[in-house]
Design a binder for this molecule. Structure first.
Ligand code: FES
Length: 314
């Protein structure tokens, strides 16, 4: 038999009060405690574990184990530790309980307990405010994060004539200027550079392994194919380690010359292969086209620095 929510509570030596609320485990839906308002106790409510109910003679009465002194040792209910099911929705909680919803308490969520109720609701208000403001803030965020959203720029940039590359197995630097236009800002021009080598059969093999290299736009469409038997290779001027500019240098260990990055001393051969240092991948090969009179154009592809795989950023 289930007692009414107002049932009187009695110990072996006398009546102690009446049931005012029940506390329910939100997961098992089992009643864990009854809350008994103490008779003559000026509204004091004590939470008594359900297993302390010895018997339920009728709907109007429950018998508790122990004496009235034992009853007074049960903790006083701290109402702030609980919410009613008016405040949290727990599916089917009332199905088996013959009480009004407001009289059922469930423990305040553990994660929220460290946050005072007032600040919890204040935080909720701020969060809702932030959601409302999001459409206004989004364009600014998008502008600040533009490199992540900007579609890849597949513009071809003229970089010079291939006749400057006279010898095999030596890197030749070509400089070019490109403009950048950010929203609200005047267009800016920056000087960039690439390194070009003659593609000897050994270099072609080392870079392409007999397979053409495809380049894609941000939608996955092929925008250019470097042929595996192309006559020249263009490398991005940025070191794949952390993006420093590197040079072609002769060193004691490499008297014929290597690409040497001064920042952390990564060393690459004429095919861009890492010979030494912290570089995580070979030099980045760019889309390169050479016309009938030897004029070269490249797409200024940029990849994320410091990672093994090429992740295109621009
Ligand atoms: S940036 Fe080139 S080695 Fe670190």
């Amino acid at each position: 038999m289930q007692p009414k929510i107002t049932a009187n509570a009695r110990c072996v030596d006398g009546e102690v009060g009446s049931i005012a609320k029940i506390i329910v485990d939100p997961l098992s839906h089992e009643i864990s405690h009854v809350v008994i308002r103490e008779r003559g106790g000026q509204g004091v409510e004590r939470q008594v574990p359900i297993d302390q109910i010895q018997a339920v003679p009728n709907e109007e009465e429950v018998l508790l184990q122990g004496s009235t002194d034992t009853f007074r040792q049960w903790p006083v209910l701290n109402r702030g530790d609980y919410v009613t099911i008016h405040e949290v929705e727990i599916a089917h909680l009332e199905d088996h309980l013959h009480v009004a919803p407001g009289e059922i308490l469930v423990p305040y969520p553990r994660l929220e307990q460290a946050v005072p109720r007032r600040s919890f609701f204040a935080n909720m208000t701020h969060a809702i405010g932030a959601l409302i403001a999001l459409p206004l803030v989004f364009p600014v965020l998008k502008y600040l994060m533009q490199p992540m959203y900007r579609p890849f720029d597949n513009t071809w940039f003229p970089v010079g004539n291939v006749r400057k590359v006279k010898k095999e197995n030596i890197g030749y630097q070509f400089k070019y200027t490109r403009g950048f236009k950010e929203a609200f800002m005047p267009e800016q021009h920056i000087e960039k550079n690439i390194w070009v080598v003659k593609a000897t059969p050994a270099v072609q093999q080392a870079i392409y392994g007999g397979k053409d290299r495809k380049f894609y736009d941000d939608k996955g469409n092929v925008v250019w194919v470097n042929k595996a038997n192309a006559t020249h290779i263009g490398f991005s001027g940025k070191c794949p380690h952390l993006g420093c500019g590197y040079k072609w240098r002769r060193t004691k260990n490499y008297p014929d010359g290597v690409f040497l990055c001064p920042c952390h001393l990564s060393i690459y051969d004429e095919a861009g292969k890492v010979l030494d240092g912290p570089a995580p991948r070979p030099l980045d090969v760019l889309p390169l086209q050479v016309n009938a009179v030897g004029d070269m154009k490249i797409i200024d592809v940029e990849y994320k620095a410091g990672v093994k795989n090429q992740i295109r950023l621009l």
